[in-house]
Write a protein that binds this ligand. Structure first.
Ligand code: FAD
Length: 414
């Protein structure tokens, strides 16, 4: 067994890189273990402005800027000829007004390479297979390297940033089903040669396709665009066929998508992902904290995944540092409740997206500019701003707004 380290980070996605960078910056010893060889493909390409604060504090901004990723200034929602456009510079909360749209293989590699450059050891193709926690909260983790050899790593604390791997929840039976309906996505990267005729690339576009079915368009700076379709299992089952034929049917079934993507080359054959929403009983325990997707991943609609991955890791790693330096920390209040509040805000918006509430709001005639600014802040990831009624009182505020829109529509019809 090697010498005890302060912190073991499981996973080298954005959550793992932010955690490792913060712990290293505080002068503690940290090691990262990652199951895959990087660069590796992962979905989740449109970031939110709120994660820029974390990338800045973890000192990643220069490394990411050097990659010339596509800048993102807003989000656009479309249904047939109706368009609702949100520009982050109009948002209510104070904060970043832009972010990036990134090919995640390259983005994640950039972050973890920068972590290594600072002197943090990172073991790729190394999988965590078992963890034993000691009475004093330290732990012994067994990992398996690519060549089949195993190693044990002794650490004072573990940050589990293993994303869909969900290492600690799986090993210790902490997983809990999400209260969101299971959904499925089919997606690919495509050559977006008609981009300029249709749309600027500095936005994510969500196209409402059919009730409960939608499409994402995430342009990259290379001229390639990520195109994906999300819907219920029933919808996909009714379509029949394989992923490629479903992807083709989706494109051909919508006038805007057909015009823009009907005749373009696909960079890779369409892939699928399904039933991604999961959560866990607890976000922390004796000797460990969960960050990023391991805590809870809701739904792709508002691109909140990397924002939660970075923000949760930022907060958790700062608390781990304080704890290892001998301070008392209040995990329930300062971590679990804080993250849950942000997640619950987005959950309301995800549900409102699928039940048609947001469609009414986004495409209402003469939307109130101040309310639009407040909703824009949610879409930018500022879901902890208690001055924003559409955060503080998220569910009630949306309900009230829809009622007002209904009344206005009835008055207009008189
Ligand atoms: P990950 O990026 O998954 O990284 C975890 C790492 O842990 C992986 O590299 C994995 O190999 C490693 N690992 C796993 N198990 C082990 C193990 N046993 N030992 C060692 N290492 C291990 N988010 C957005 O922000 N924007 C979007 O537009 C967006 N679109 C999405 C579309 C779909 C269809 C889905 C399903 C999700 C989308 N997301 C999006 C969410 C996004 O994919 C995740 O939220 C994000 O990748 C979470 O980052 P992470 O660092 O927590 O985990």
């Amino acid at each position: 067994m090697s010498k005890q380290i302060d912190v073991l980070v499981i996973g080298a996605g954005p959550a793992g890189s932010v955690s490792a960078a913060m712990v290293h910056k505080a002068g503690l010893s940290v090691r990262v273990v990652e199951r895959e060889k990087f660069p590796r493909f992962v979905i989740g390409e449109s970031l939110l402005p709120r994660c820029m604060e974390v990338l800045e504090d973890a000192e990643f901004l220069d490394a990411v800027k050097a990659k010339n990723f596509q800048q993102k200034f807003g989000a656009k929602f479309m249904k047939e000829d109706k368009v609702s456009d949100f520009n982050f510079s109009d948002q209510f909360s104070k904060g970043w007004t832009w972010t990036w749209q990134v090919q995640r293989a390259e983005f994640d590699l950039t972050l973890i390479t920068d972590v290594q450059r600072r002197g943090v050891p990172v073991d790729f193709e190394t999988t965590v297979t078992a963890i034993a926690f000691n009475e004093d909260e330290s732990s012994v983790t067994t990992v398996e390297h690519k060549d089949g050899t195993t190693e044990t790593i002794e650490a004072r604390f573990i940050i589990d940033a293993s994303g869909y791997g969900r290492v600690i929840p799986r090993l210790f039976n902490l997983d809990k089903p999400s209260n969101l309906d299971p959904r499925k996505a089919v997606f690919a990267h495509v050559q977006d040669v008609h981009r300029n005729n249709h749309d600027e690339p500095n936005r994510i576009i969500a196209v409402m396709y059919a009730p409960g079915v939608w499409s994402w368009i995430i342009p990259f700076s290379t001229g390639v665009t990520s195109l994906g379709f999300v819907g219920s299992f029933d919808y996909f089952n009714a379509m029949g066929g394989d992923q490629a034929s479903q992807f083709r049917t989706f494109i051909d079934g919508n006038a805007y998508l057909k015009q823009r993507f009907g005749d373009v080359e696909w960079v890779f054959e369409p892939r699928k992902l399904e039933a991604w929403s999961a959560t866990t009983d607890k976000f922390y325990g004796k000797g460990f904290v969960l960050t990023g997707n391991v805590t809870e991943f809701l739904d792709p609609i508002f691109s909140s995944g990397v924002m939660f991955a970075t923000v949760s890791s930022h907060i958790a790693s700062k608390m781990v540092i304080r704890k290892l330096k001998g301070e008392n920390v209040d995990w329930d209040n300062d971590y679990t409740n804080f993250i849950r509040q942000g997640v619950d805000t987005f959950r309301t918006y995800v549900m409102a997206w699928y039940d048609g509430t947001l469609e009414k709001i986004f495409f209402s005639k003469n939307p109130d500019p101040e309310i639009k600014r407040q909703i824009c802040s949610v879409l930018a990831g500022y879901v902890w701003d208690q001055d924003n009624a559409y955060v503080k009182d998220h569910a009630q505020s949306l309900k009230r707004l829809v009622k007002l829109i209904d009344i206005q529509e009835r008055l207009d019809a008189l």
